[in-house]
Design a protein around this ligand. Sequence first.
Ligand SMILES: NC(=O)c1ccc[n+]([C@@H]2O[C@H](COP(=O)([O-])OP(=O)(O)OC[C@H]3O[C@@H](n4cnc5c(N)ncnc54)[C@H](O)[C@@H]3O)[C@@H](O)[C@H]2O)c1
Ligand SMILES: [Zn+2]
Length: 401
Amino acid sequence: MARSTWSFGSPGQLVFGRNSVNQLESLVQRHGWKQALVVTDSNLLNAGVVEPVTQALAAGGAIVSIFSEGEAEPSIAVAEASLARANESTPDVIVGVGGGSNLDLSKNTAAAYTHQGHPTDYFGFDKVPGPTCPLICIPTTAGTGSEVSNSMVLTDTVAEIKISGQSEFFRPDWAIVDPQLTYSCPRQIAADSGIDALTHAIEAITTVEFDELEIPPGETCAYDGRYELTTALAERAIRICGEHLEAAVNQPEDLHAKDQMALAATLAGMAFSNSGVALVHAMEYPMGGELHCSHGLGNGLLLPYVMRFNLSTRIETFAQIAQWLGEESVDSEMEMAGRAVKAVERIRESIGIPHRIRDIGGNESQLQSFTEKAIRIQRLFWLNPKSASYDDVYEIYRAAY
Ligand SMILES: NC(=O)c1ccc[n+]([C@@H]2O[C@H](COP(=O)([O-])OP(=O)(O)OC[C@H]3O[C@@H](n4cnc5c(N)ncnc54)[C@H](O)[C@@H]3O)[C@@H](O)[C@H]2O)c1
Ligand SMILES: [Zn+2]
């Protein structure tokens, strides 16, 4: 049954700007938190990125414990360890600091700690039974939008696939986006996370219309399809990526570009976590799980191939995207739409994202297992503007191989 309403979810409060982490001090005071658990990783701890966060929490009067064993694309074992630390330190607020990996870990920990469950209890849609303890997410990459999203992703290292959970209770109570925390990102991480933000915005703005979203009987969906508000946010994010993504990666001294990309990533997160992501993400989860590439890199690699597949159903939107990404206008809308794919390929090339699966260690023999795993993530297929069969997905992987 198609829907006649949409609803928009966001974090309780979104704070944006340089030095915004300092606001933690008054937040702690106002809420009277005594024990804070910071969920992060050793890279960030050693690079001094976590320090302003712990200082502000302590200045507000909280005793701070730190779980610093977070890892990129975190495994279930790491989520168990983070939960154990929470159970030990009994925090009254959990603060995730990092890229999407640590933020997702902090969300999982907040759910499992509050509801005394196991990290795997929250995979799938709407599995968190109620509100969690106060959760603050502070991104240090400009990419995933996890700080505002309803989603958390872990890696099942046995089945070699990324597994996600979506719940309104995964939206942090506070998202504190301080672009200065992204300045220390190495080039590769700025590139991978930047193209992730662009992928989120492009998928968000091309999903099915909210009133045309068909959900099979007995199923539920974490997303609504696109509507005016998600489209407005995604448009702004795409325009910013067009203007600043390359500079943020290729000219590290351009701090304005980095600030803008922090904003774009958050806007894209607000868009996709309501309208949805689709085929790029469904195809990245198995590929990333088997090849251990970063989520952003996998998305960036696949994005133009999926866009080419979707092109015929989204000509008007793609023509607009081409313009927002700085392509020169041409009279033919069809030709302009094709330029959106070219623009993404150009950006991908310029920031150094590989464009073939074989170049990131994939074998042709794996394409079948990627396809079989991707096709099981049907909830993302419902959102794709064009229906995709097993053969379609296989052909897209083949083209990308
Ligand atoms: N929850 C969501 O809505 C959502 C959306 C998209 C992606 N994701 C997930 O997020 C993860 C990817 O997150 P990511 O792209 O932000 O990267 P990441 O969190 O995996 O971080 C990658 C590496 O960069 C390092 N790093 C991060 N910030 C840094 C900084 N400022 N300075 C120096 N080093 C820094 C980290 O220590 C880590 O080693 C994946 O697991 C993906 O599935 C989640
Ligand atoms: Zn993503």
